[in-house]
Design a protein around this ligand. Structure first.
Ligand code: GDP
Ligand code: MG
Length: 370
């Protein structure tokens, strides 16, 4: 799942592995020459060496890029934040995600059956929050490798009875590389041996200084297990979202990102997507990755059929003939011919770029390893 080893990156950068290991150590990452580094760490380390690495798909003049229009601010409306949860193994990410979802389902949607669609939405004080429930690291690496940005806020889970661990540091690096604000959830405070202040202390070394200590990072003590302070955590998410002024135009054709996709025996190809801009409707022709499709059915995280889905809404859709990849962009069109044309063009461009795989030193080389 890693991308390249320390040794391989050193070679790529024409550096000594020992130099790389030293820099990594300064960033708080203990590494050996055979250790695999993720994309974000490689990007950070390259910046340390003053080497510029390109983060983009090996597709020149991606027609999707040309569709980016600068929105008239008048068309923009507030949209829910999209949140990922990251942290070291066993620090309570899954439990926290489940606790937030469950608390909310029982409170809001009586009888709503939660479906796994790669993401879910909850409500706090009448405002929605979207959580990606794909493992944070994966979401970050796959999505960013394919040029998509899906996360607005990262919740960094650190167990109060443990401490800052390697994957905690990795998560911090991911979030920093992507320029995504971090809220620290100090978890397991129900445990007698919990020491939340020790976690705060340790994280100061990574420039995460608690607000109450004069810094800028929001820390919330929680217990995913006893569901303590989850409301406060949701409030803090909304607070950070407000500062970010997250906006989108709901009155345009949809743009989004594929979070997961698979071939379902009964339904055919299904894609779980996050609509990021515009509104996706039943019958809309679209391109996902390089594939043409037309929205046949849409289901939300509560198993409810939808006719339309606006910004920051996660939905499962059918209507594709092929299975796109996680991280692929999805763009809807008014006109089916245009959608088909673009899908064809993208297929050809992708094939060509695969054939021309050059020896340029860019992060393109790394994608093959993901
Ligand atoms: P993940 O690997 O980060 O997804 O961690 P999990 O959610 O699987 O949790 C790892 C273990 O910690 C499980 O046994 C959980 O029951 C336990 N756990 C998670 N949150 C809490 C908590 O707030 N308090 C206590 N006491 N245990 C917790
Ligand atoms: Mg887990």
């Amino acid at each position: 799942r890693g991308t390249m080893t320390v040794g391989e990156v050193a070679k790529l950068f024409h550096k000594d592995a020992s130099e790389l290991i030293k820099k990594l150590l300064m960033m708080g990452v203990m590494a050996t020459i055979n250790q695999e580094l993720d994309l974000d760490t490689i990007q950070l380390i390259s910046a340390e060496f003053g080497i510029e690495v390109e983060l983009k798909l090996p597709v020149e003049e991606d027609p999707f890029e040309m569709d980016e229009v600068v929105e008239d601010p008048e068309n923009l409306m507030e949209r829910p934040p999209v949140v990922t949860i990251m942290g070291h193994v066993d620090h309570g990410k899954t439990t926290l995600l489940d606790a937030i979802r469950h608390t909310n389902v029982t409170a809001g949607e009586a009888g709503g059956i939660t479906q796994h669609i790669g993401a879910y939405q909850v409500e706090s004080n009448g405002k929605k929050i979207t959580f990606l429930d794909t493992p944070g690291h994966e979401a970050f690496t796959t999505m960013r490798a394919r040029g998509s940005k899906v996360t607005d806020i990262t919740i960094l889970v650190v167990a109060a009875d443990d401490g800052v661990m390697p994957q905690t540091v990795e998560a911090i690096n991911h979030a920093k590389a992507a320029n995504v604000p971090i809220i620290v959830a100090v978890n397991k405070i129900d445990k007698p041996e919990a020491n939340p202040d020790k976690i705060r202390q340790e994280l100061t070394e990574y420039a995460l200084i608690p607000e109450e200590w004069g810094g800028e990072t929001i820390f919330v003590n929680v217990s995913a297990k006893s569901r303590t302070n989850l409301d406060e955590l949701l409030e803090m998410i909304l607070l950070v979202a407000e500062v970010q002024e997250l906006k989108a135009n709901p009155n345009t054709t949809a743009k989004g990102t594929v979070i997961e996709a698979e071939l379902d025996k009964g339904k055919g190809p299904v894609a779980r997507i996050l609509v990021q801009d515009g509104t996706l409707r039943i019958g809309d022709p679209f391109v996902a990755g390089v594939f043409f499709g037309r929205v046949r059915a849409m289901v939300n995280d509560k198993g409810r059929r939808l006719k339309e889905a606006g910004p920051s809404t996660p939905v499962e859709i059918t209507g594709l003939h092929e299975v796109p990849q996680a991280g692929d962009r999805l763009i809807a069109f008014d006109d089916e011919r245009k959608a088909r044309e673009i899908a064809d063009k993208r297929t050809i461009t992708l094939r060509e770029s695969e054939l021309n795989s050059s020896s340029r030193v860019t992060l393109d080389d790394l994608y093959k390893h993901i």
